[in-house]
Design a binder for this molecule. Structure first.
Ligand code: NAD
Length: 291
């Protein structure tokens, strides 16, 4: 038996098409969603991300505002820009591209964003709202993973989920979302004992480790659904955190890298921007874009 390939690229394209339809409907009411992306410094990977975010924002009919600041920008200047964007009615979503140069306090910068415009879902209020089951802005990558899992498995209630990785960006919010969907969730990390045995218990295995081909096929429960969040640049090209070749004959379904979780992240950023716009205008949340 070979695992079904979960086509995140196609799913994300469908999601963007739906978002574009909703944006067109908002235009009839004179509303145009706007997303501001702030990039500090010249990190090459970040530049690539920011460029494709801007392109896809425009493609779905939203306004894209890009702010590129030098790596030496003082924190007060960055905070002043965020304050202007917070007050700007044309801006519904604000994203500060991470990582920031080391002299900037990442938490202080993120927490300066108005929570209702925090489309990355990293503001402490949104983290707390997600954890307590209140209406939040939800981090894009785990939201994309959740959409793929629901699409594949339907109801996640009672499923055993193992999330490898406890970062604030992926692992922790992923665990919260799975918990919210009534899965039984274990978060594994660098100090977890006997990780392979733990993984073998999982109906749902989410790998967000940042180590190339770390999860082996014999760690996977036969028939499990495997979500590979990893993006690792190797000499052989882009690979995930899961050893795809050995996982393929064991898993029930698996996301490829590239073409799995990656495209879902930007699509969910646009989804969050649409949701933020709807909320800012007193409209109901667009269906299926929030957890
Ligand atoms: P991170 O470095 O912040 O966190 C990695 C986590 O893995 C940590 O919590 C750590 O405890 C755990 N870990 C490290 N070594 C381990 C080990 N030996 N055993 C078990 N756990 C271990 O990374 P992150 O920001 O969460 O990202 C994880 C991966 O996902 C990276 O490859 C990153 O590039 C990728 N990523 C992809 C997207 C996307 O859009 N697809 C978005 C964000 C991150």
């Amino acid at each position: 038996m070979t695992a079904a390939i979960i086509d995140g690229k196609a799913f994300a394209a469908g999601l963007r098409a739906r978002i574009a339809t909703e944006v067109a409907a908002l235009a009839d009411r004179g509303i145009k969603p706007g997303l501001a992306v702030v990039l500090v410094g010249e990190d090459p990977a970040s530049q690539v991300y920011v460029r494709s975010k801007g392109r896809m924002t425009v493609e779905v009919g939203m306004a894209s505002f890009e702010h590129r600041l030098p790596a030496t920008t003082p924190e007060v200047e960055l905070l002043a820009l965020i304050a202007r964007l917070n007050a700007d009615p044309a801006v519904n979503g604000i994203l500060v591209q991470l990582p920031l140069p080391r002299h900037l306090n990442e938490a202080a910068v993120i927490n300066a964003i108005a929570p209702e415009k925090d489309v990355d879902g990293f503001h402490i209020l949104n983290v707390g709202r997600l954890a307590t089951g209140q209406r939040a802005m939800v981090p894009c990558t785990p939201l994309g993973c959740l959409m793929l899992l629901r699409d594949r498995l339907g109801d996640l209630a009672g499923k055993r989920a193992v999330v490898i990785g406890r970062s604030n960006i992926v692992g922790k919010p992923m665990a919260q979302l799975l918990l919210r969907d009534n899965a039984t969730v274990t978060v594994a990390h660098s100090r977890t004992a006997d990780l392979p045995a733990l993984c073998r218990e999982a109906d749902i295995l989410v790998a967000a480790v940042g180590r190339a081909e770390f999860v082996k096929g014999n760690w996977i429960r036969p028939g499990a659904t495997v979500i590979d969040v990893g993006i690792n640049r190797t000499e052989a090209g882009l690979v995930g955190d899961v050893d795809f070749t050995s996982a393929l004959p064991v898993a029930g379904a698996i996301t490829p890298v590239p073409g799995g979780v990656g495209p879902m992240t930007i699509a969910c950023l646009l989804a969050n921007t649409l949701t933020a716009t709807a909320r800012a205008n007193g409209l109901p949340d667009p269906e299926g874009l929030t957890p």
